[in-house]
Design a protein. Structure first.
Lengths: 480, 501
């Protein structure tokens, strides 16, 4: 039995050897005898190649079919464009029926107006109105084009030179709307990768500009110079290549959200120490601070060349509309091509530019209007010192007098409701028009809400006494 | 559609390459000269405002032709303007004004209905409102800046456009930048046309929503993009989008084309997305009664969710508006930053718009010839008819002369293609020498190779003005070599030839 198996295996092995070495059909290919082992090797190589060309196993990725996309589109339910309308959304502001001067007419009744930022009392000024009328008759109302395409009218160029001469800077540039000034200037200078240090109480225009610039923004505590110094120290200490990156500090001269005044001498000292550039928004201080109304730099005695970029809206002290930006020649020229609010928008209507020129001329000729404004503010402070439940939170020299609740109810929404009750009653019962601060959903500022009083040089003493008495009475009734 | 011949593309690229090379050479020499001089100590440690190549285009290309842009004028932007002459001592780096002016035909201002200069109906009302309300309210709308003029304007605009309610702002640019972030935020999607205006791009970027672009004026590509985006959802998380808004313009100011509104609205309704129509150039200028592209293309205003427009172009004033349903407008009045923080529109400007709309609607109480001729005689209807005739006449004549003119018929904006960078100052300066003021546009407002001259027709142009403009443009076009298409022979000449033979 074993020998039979042995015989069979040897016979098989012999056969295999013979087959391996048997010349196949006596073929001679390229001078090589085709032996049997060549066939096996060729087959092996063929099998290896076949396996290599197979795709490795992955679970198949099927794109969505048309029908599936149709189903997804049918299922999708969008949110409505606006949230449900609540009662407070339906409130309408009071409608004025005459010019917004110190006295105005609402609903047929004459009221004392503390809601217009008409700081120098220039609304209704005869000279300004005359220059507007000449301008309207010559140029019409609109300028019908952006500055690059025949929208530059000679009054614009005159206005720019006049403002630059008044401020003491080489040149200035005009924008067609107050709020668009700051949110066009910041993205023109700050790009991705730059560092900006900004006060946390800046208004929405500045916040929007900071967001659009795509730079790194660090906020410091509102008007707190120690916080600013520590932030600057931290930022420059960390990276040594801060030389190549542009760095800016953005502050407002008089903060719209609190009435505080920025300490410019401290800021300039810090800026020179850490090599930052300063962007200063002087919307509410131009024409108000300083002996001749030249703004924050004059008030602190800082030479104007130390501030790199100054912007201001002209809708406050100058009683027109629009805005300007001023600084060195390099700063102003750069904006003429890269500031989107200047290049892509129609220019300021010519009559508003003439009004601005007349307003600046008036301010330069009559600096006594500033002393009048200051005495009005001091009088108002004295009258409001002893009101129950409300405290003054602004700087003594600021024309925006900011009253906030001594004891907050805890949420700014209910604070605002309380303040609205006060302002409504003051308007209805005593014919004094004051307003509370209203915040947009998009506003990131977290400073407390309050009542804002805009003092004007056109207010008389009796107006100021009236508002103090009225607030005292109503606050006592509402804020028990 | 722009058809760019190969030879022109090559020569344009070559010209730009040459300019770039020369610019780099000059920069190199400037660097050597600056390195040998010491830099001032004040600026040590401060990074420069513009690094290296950021303003290369401005310094080396734009400054050479700076005198073609920002030309000051000394009169109202009417059909004829006084252009102030300027001179330069340092090869166009700085320009100085003189007190001389030249009277030129104005083919560049956005004065579609001719309200730019002092108008006999509008200006007395504007001066009255100036005396009553003075030139500003110094206050924001929500505080003490709403006068009865503002409420009257909003009602009038809503009625004119055909929507339930409207809200107005003092500047058109701010309208877009401040409204879009209120309507949509993070988690939403904005799909905008690839050639939308800078204000829309800024508003979309400021909102925090994702932005996708669809091919200009192509409803099929819009549908593709919509299907893909709704099916995929938000990037990386694949959660469904909270809402989607599609933003288009009525007339595109650099192309002169009308938007394909009916098809786009149909696509948007099918996929439940919201539409936002920016009618800056088309409101008041197109349509039988001046109500914009909706009227011209037969779209019901109720189908468009939000309609935006500006008062700068057709109404000769300043400012912008949004018209939508009552609830949306109430919500905007509650929270829009431009309503809460920006000074309200100047009252004389408001009065100008009110008077202009009344003239267009025919409610200005002007003399009317009785009976069925009433529509043809009111000044407003005359203006509307005149701008349509003027645009169509001018466009057809230019095309007959062999120029490549873009845009649809009825649109008052017509770009003429120039392409080569040297033709831009040549065309502009030569036209000015012959007393015609034109606007030329180049990079970055248009793509690099597609520089053009843009003509804006107004209802204030008379037939003689247009003919003079055509003569000058034809002469200058021959000199500059921009007649890219064959000239159509005028009909009476061929007949004359036939008779001679």
């Amino acid at each position: 039995m074993a020998s039979a198996v042995m015989n069979m295996t040897t016979a098989a092995l012999d056969w295999v050897t013979v087959v391996f070495d048997a010349p196949l059909a006596r073929a001679v290919v390229f001078g090589v005898h085709i032996d049997g082992h060549l066939v096996v090797e060729v087959l092996l190589v063929a099998v290896i190649l076949f396996q290599l060309t197979r795709k490795s196993y992955k679970p198949p990725k099927k794109p969505l079919t048309e029908k599936e996309i149709d189903d997804l589109c049918d299922e999708w339910v969008p949110e409505p464009l606006h949230p449900p309308i609540t009662e407070e959304m339906k409130a309408e502001p009071p409608i004025l029926e005459s010019a917004a001067g110190p006295h105005t007419v609402i609903d047929g009744k004459e009221v004392v107006n503390f809601a217009s930022a008409n700081y120098l009392g220039l609304l209704g000024n005869e000279k300004i109105a005359d220059s507007c009328i000449t301008s309207l008759e010559k140029y019409g109302v609109g300028s019908c084009g952006p500055r690059g395409f025949y929208g530059t009218i000679d009054v614009h160029l005159d206005c720019e030179t006049r403002i630059a001469k008044f401020m003491g800077t080489p040149d200035s540039i005009l924008y067609s709307y107050g709020i668009s000034t700051i949110f066009s200037v910041i993205p023109a200078f700050c790009k991705k990768g730059d560092i900006i240090v900004a006060d946390e109480g800046v208004h929405w225009g500045v916040q929007n500009g900071l967001y659009l610039s795509r730079s790194t923004v660090v906020y410091f505590k509102h008007n707190d110079m120690a916080s600013l110094e520590s932030t600057l120290e931290k930022l420059t200490h960390e990276n040594k290549q801060a030389e190549k990156i542009r760095r800016y500090i953005v502050v407002e001269a008089i903060y719209q959200n609190s009435g505080q005044i920025a300490s410019l001498n401290e800021i300039v000292r810090l800026k020179e120490k850490y090599r930052f550039r300063v962007i200063l928004d002087e919307s509410h201080s131009f024409g108000v601070l300083g002996n001749s109304g030249r703004g924050l730099a004059e008030y602190y005695g800082v030479p104007i060349e130390k501030i790199d970029i100054i912007t201001a809206g002209m809708g406050n002290a100058l009683a027109t509309d629009g805005g300007f930006c001023t600084g060195s020649v390099r700063v102003v020229d750069h904006q003429r091509l890269s500031s989107s609010g200047y290049v892509f928008s129609a220019s300021l209507p010519p009559y508003l530019a003439s009004a601005a020129i007349s307003a600046v001329n008036y301010l330069e000729d009559n600096p006594s209007v500033l002393t009048q404004l200051r005495s009005n503010i001091a009088l108002l402070w004295k009258g409001l010192a002893d009101i129950l439940g409300l405290a003054i939170a602004s700087h003594p020299l600021s024309p925006i007098v900011y009253l906030k609740l001594k004891k907050s109810t805890g949420s700014s929404k209910s604070d605002l409701e309380l303040l609205n009750i006060i302002t409504d009653r003051v308007l209805k019962e005593d014919s004094v028009f004051i307003v509370s601060t209203k915040r947009s959903v998009l506003d990131k500022c977290r400073l407390p809400v309050g009542i804002r009083l805009y003092v004007s040089a056109g207010h008389s003493e009796s107006d100021i006494h009236k508002v103090c008495d009225s607030l005292r009475r109503v606050a006592a009734l509402v804020l028990v | 559609m722009v058809r760019l011949p190969y030879l022109t593309a090559l020569t344009t690229l070559f010209s730009y390459g040459l300019l770039f090379a020369f610019g780099q050479l000059r920069d190199f020499f400037r660097k050597i000269i600056d390195w040998s001089k010491s830099s001032s100590k004040d600026l040590k440690g401060y990074a420069p405002i513009c690094l290296g190549l950021e303003d290369f285009y401005t310094r080396r290309l734009y400054l050479r032709i700076q005198d073609c842009f920002s030309r000051p004028i000394a009169s109202a932007p009417d059909a004829w303007i006084d252009v102030v002459e300027r001179y330069s001592n340092d090869n166009n780096k700085t320009l100085h004004r003189t007190s001389n002016t030249t009277k030129c035909l104005n083919l560049g201002s956005y004065n579609y209905l001719g309200f730019a200069a002092a108008d006999e109906y509008c200006t007395p009302h504007v001066i009255d409102s100036l005396k009553k309300y003075s030139c500003s309210t110094c206050s924001v709308r929500v505080d003490g800046g709403t006068t009865d003029l503002h409420t009257e304007l909003e009602e009038l605009v809503a009625r004119f456009v055909g929507k339930p309610a409207a809200i107005t702002f003092g500047m058109g640019y701010v309208t877009n930048s401040a409204i879009i972030p209120v309507l949509i935020g993070k988690g939403g999607l904005i799909i905008s046309d690839s050639l939308n205006h800078n204000s829309i791009v800024n508003g979309a970027r400021g909102s925090g929503a994702a932005v996708r672009v669809f091919q200009h004026n192509n409803p099929l590509h819009l549908e593709e993009v919509l299907r893909e985006q709704i099916a995929e959802g938000q990037p990386r998380t694949h959660r469904p989008w909270k809402k989607i808004i599609v933003i288009v313009e009525g007339i595109y100011s650099m192309e002169g084309e009308l938007c394909q509104l009916p098809e786009i609205i149909a696509v948007c309704k099918k996929y439940k997305v919201y539409t936002y129509l920016d009618e800056a150039h088309s409101i008041g200028a197109v349509g039988k009664t001046g109500r914009g592209v909706c009227e011209l293309l037969g779209v019901d205003p109720a189908d468009v969710d939000i309609m935006m427009g500006t008062f700068t172009k057709s109404f000769g004033s300043c400012g912008g508006y949004i018209a939508a349903s009552k609830e949306i407008i109430q919500y905007l009045k509650y929270t829009c930053p431009a309503y809460l923080y920006a000074t309200s529109m100047s009252p004389p400007a408001v009065q100008q718009v009110i008077s202009a709309i009344k003239v267009i609607l025919g409610e200005d109480g002007s003399n009317r010839v009785g009976g069925f001729l009433i529509d043809l005689v009111t000044p407003g209807a005359q203006k509307l008819a005149r701008i349509r005739e003027n645009s169509n006449f001018f466009r057809s004549e230019l095309q007959k002369m062999g120029f490549e003119v873009l845009g649809d018929s009825d649109s008052p904006v017509m770009p003429i293609m120039l392409y080569n960078p040297a033709k831009i100052p040549a065309f502009s300066r030569e036209c000015l020498r012959q007393n015609v003021a034109v606007v030329t546009v180049a990079f970055p407002a248009t793509p690099l190779l597609l520089a053009r001259a843009r003509i804006c027709i107004s209802a204030a142009h008379s037939r003689e003005d247009l003919i003079k403009g055509l003569e000058v443009i034809s002469k200058v076009g021959d000199l500059a070599g921009i007649k890219y298409f064959p000239v159509e022979p005028p009909k009476h000449e061929t007949q004359g030839h036939k008779e001679l033979e």
